[in-house]
Design a protein around this ligand. Structure first.
Ligand code: F6R
Length: 630
């Protein structure tokens, strides 16, 4: 939610970085636009003054504005791309917001919860506000402290000291970045419960909501802790807490390159990311077992004795990540015989959950910054639970605050709707389940080795589906006028059906629902009328206790009532043909692993249908990639 970039470079004649702040900040915003695209804005410091431009709508609107009214060359700048919370997506509400007579510019990600009270106080001092945002209140507070309390004296700590004092008064979640005309070589930033990383360059330094904000310039990044302030100049990075006590950040190397965050010849990030999936699963599996098939999850630094004593697992996640958890629940319970609940993070702490030191919390989050999940993890830790994070973003908050982390190595996911992260999350959760089964002796080593071998075959099978994607693409295009699509599944196919429906809602803005096929007769079948498209995810007909026959009956039931049935089935399943208008076959695979395959045609369908409607599949309306507010 909201992308933030900051930059300070060094002037020519000293070490010449040859970077104009405007170019660096714009490039960062381009990469961070997935975090919010309601408006964008930039401020630079030049010739002892702040110059800024801001525009509602996508970044391209700001670029057009900058062409019409260029900003001066500068070595210091900040930029913001917004997902609106307080105040609609207008030019006026766009960031940066100015204060101190236009000498100070501030951008913000998060929500200032006590903004109303602070605004009243500032109004009482004669401050005037031009927007409806909480951000402008934070800017005014900072400006007031800088000018009226500190006397605008840089020697007295200047902007950094003012930021400390301002943060002591702010409640809620925030990342703030500020520049001041009187300190032209400095960007000051603060964070509480909202993401911020520092990029270390040669004679230049960077700030970003995540590393993509500066990945074109450096791979050296520094993680910041909670409630910290960072002051960057071209040659220094100083970190303190909100009371001025020195603090340390943790430096790390960003191990993906800028090219992996480009479209790579595909028309959209989403299409590229769908095609990245064989590699996303492969990378997530890589290096996690030895030649004997023994799982070695080195990152999982929780005392094995504690893991052995776990008597309940609670998976916490939201949206697509929660569906990954629901898929994993079937496997974890089957392999480990540990009762496993999956809970939407935002519901969790409000229901007085039963959590103790024998509970293992597994949070799943692509971004590692989802506020609902972070808060739920913190709550569980307070109750004494052990916490493991499954996460795709190195150095993000949720893994940092968890006892252990299992990274999914899907690479950067830029399209707002999640695809490759979902498959990587299922893969990582399966590795965790198998590891627990190994540790607790629920499975023989040979059995684990066999499952790992089956998992190892998944990337090639996903590739096989992608190589034959034209059939499902054609169906997507032909259904661009559909008003509603239903998805049915059973067992692990149930969360897949819900994920298929979510992708369609998000990308194509049409009504879509995923149901457990067995639930049909208990109500949802009333929705079926002539021509209603219904996707059915059919389980494999092979194996013990197969639900295949029951799902085939469900297909017949909806078809008898006029539904147009579209079936995802396993290769060789001839039984479904008679009842399906379209059948899409996926390669044979063990039932528990089937979601890693059956999800793929549903993603392609949603992508293609939305593209046929002319929608922006990378940045669907009203959404943002990383939901950093509750
Ligand atoms: C849907 C989607 C969202 C996220 C959810 C959680 O396509 O992307 O539903 O899955 O907002 O985000 P993370 O995984 O970053 O916690």
């Amino acid at each position: 939610m909201c992308g933030i970039v900051g930059y300070v470079g060094r002037s020519a004649g000293r070490v010449n970085t040859e970077h104009n702040a405007l170019d660096v900040v714009l490039e960062g915003l381009r990469r961070l636009e997935y975090r919010g695209y309601d408006s964008a804005g930039i401020a630079v410091v030049s010739d002892g003054a702040i110059s800024s431009r801001k525009k509602s709508g996508k970044l391209s609107n700001l670029v057009a504005e900058l062409e019409a009214r260029p900003l001066p060359e500068s070595l210091t700048g900040i930029g913001h791309t917004r997902w609106a919370t307080h105040g609609g997506p207008t030019d006026q509400n766009a960031h940066p917001h100015l204060a101190d007579g236009g000498k100070l510019a501030l951008i913000h990600n998060g929500i200032i919860e006590n903004f109303a009270e602070l605004k009243l106080e500032l109004l009482g001092k004669g401050v005037e506000f031009a927007s409806e945002t909480d951000t402008e209140v934070a800017a005014a507070l900072l400006g007031d402290i800088y000018r009226n309390r500190l006397g605008g004296d840089a020697a007295d700590g200047g902007l950094t000291r003012a930021m400390e004092l301002a943060c002591q008064r702010l409640e809620g979640a925030f990342t703030l970045l500020a520049v001041h005309a009187e300190q032209p070589d400095v960007v000051v930033a603060a964070r509480r419960n909202s993401p911020l990383v520092v990029g270390l360059g040669e004679g230049e330094n960077f700030l970003g909501s995540d590393v993509s904000g500066f990945i074109d310039y450096t791979r050296r990044a520094v993680e910041l802790g909670q409630d910290q302030i960072v002051t960057i100049t071209a040659d220094s990075v100083e970190i303190t807490d909100f009371y001025g006590a020195p603090a340390e950040g943790k430096e790390y190397h960003v191990n993906w390159d800028p090219a992996s965050a480009e479209k790579g010849g595909f028309p959209s990030f989403m299409e590229k990311e769908i095609h990245d999936q064989p590699d996303a699963v492969l990378q997530t599996l890589l290096g996690r077992s030895d030649v004997h098939g023994k799982l070695t999850l080195d990152e999982l630094r929780i005392d094995p004795a504690l893991l052995k004593s776990v008597d309940k697992i609670i998976v916490l996640a939201c949206g697509t990540s929660a569906y990954a958890g629901q898929v994993a629940k079937y496997a974890i319970e089957h392999w480990c015989r540990i009762p496993t609940e999956v809970e939407l993070s935002h519901e969790f702490r409000y229901r007085d959950p039963i959590v103790d030191e024998n509970t293992l919390i597994v949070s799943i989050s692509q971004s590692g910054e989802t506020m609902d999940t972070l808060m739920a993890v913190r709550y569980a830790k307070e109750q004494g639970a052990k916490t493991v994070s499954i996460c795709n973003t190195n150095g993000s908050t949720i893994p940092r605050e968890s006892d252990a982390v299992l990274y999914t190595h899907a690479g950067p996911e830029i399209a707002v709707a999640s695809t490759k992260a979902f498959l990587a999350q299922i893969t990582a959760a399966y590795l965790l389940g198998l590891y627990l089964a190994q540790l607790r002796g629920n499975k023989f080593q040979g059995e684990i080795k066999d499952i790992l071998a089956d998992l190892g075959k998944i990337p090639a099978k996903i590739q096989q589906i992608l190589d034959n994607e034209e059939q499902i693409k054609e169906l997507g295009r032909s259904m661009a006028d559909a008003k509603s699509v239903l998805f049915l599944g059973r067992h692990v196919g149930f969360p897949v059906a819900m994920e298929g429906a979510l992708k369609l809602k998000e990308l194509a803005y049409i009504h879509a629902e995923g149901f457990a096929a067995g639930e049909l007769k208990h109500g949802p079948i009333a929705l079926i009328e002539e021509g209603q498209p219904v996707f059915v995810v059919v389980p494999s007909p092979r194996g013990r206790d197969s639900l295949h026959a029951k799902v085939v009956s469900n297909i017949q039931e909806v078809r008898a009532r006029g539904a147009k049935t579209i079936v995802i089935a396993e290769e060789g399943d001839e039984a479904v043909k008679a009842y399906a208008e379209h059948v899409f076959y996926i390669p044979e695979t063990p039932t528990l692993l089937a979601p890693l395959l059956s999800t793929v045609p549903l993603q392609i369908f949603a992508l293609e249908l939305a593209s046929a409607k002319g929608y922006d599949v990378d940045q669907p309306r009203n959404l943002a990639k990383s939901v950093t507010v509750e």
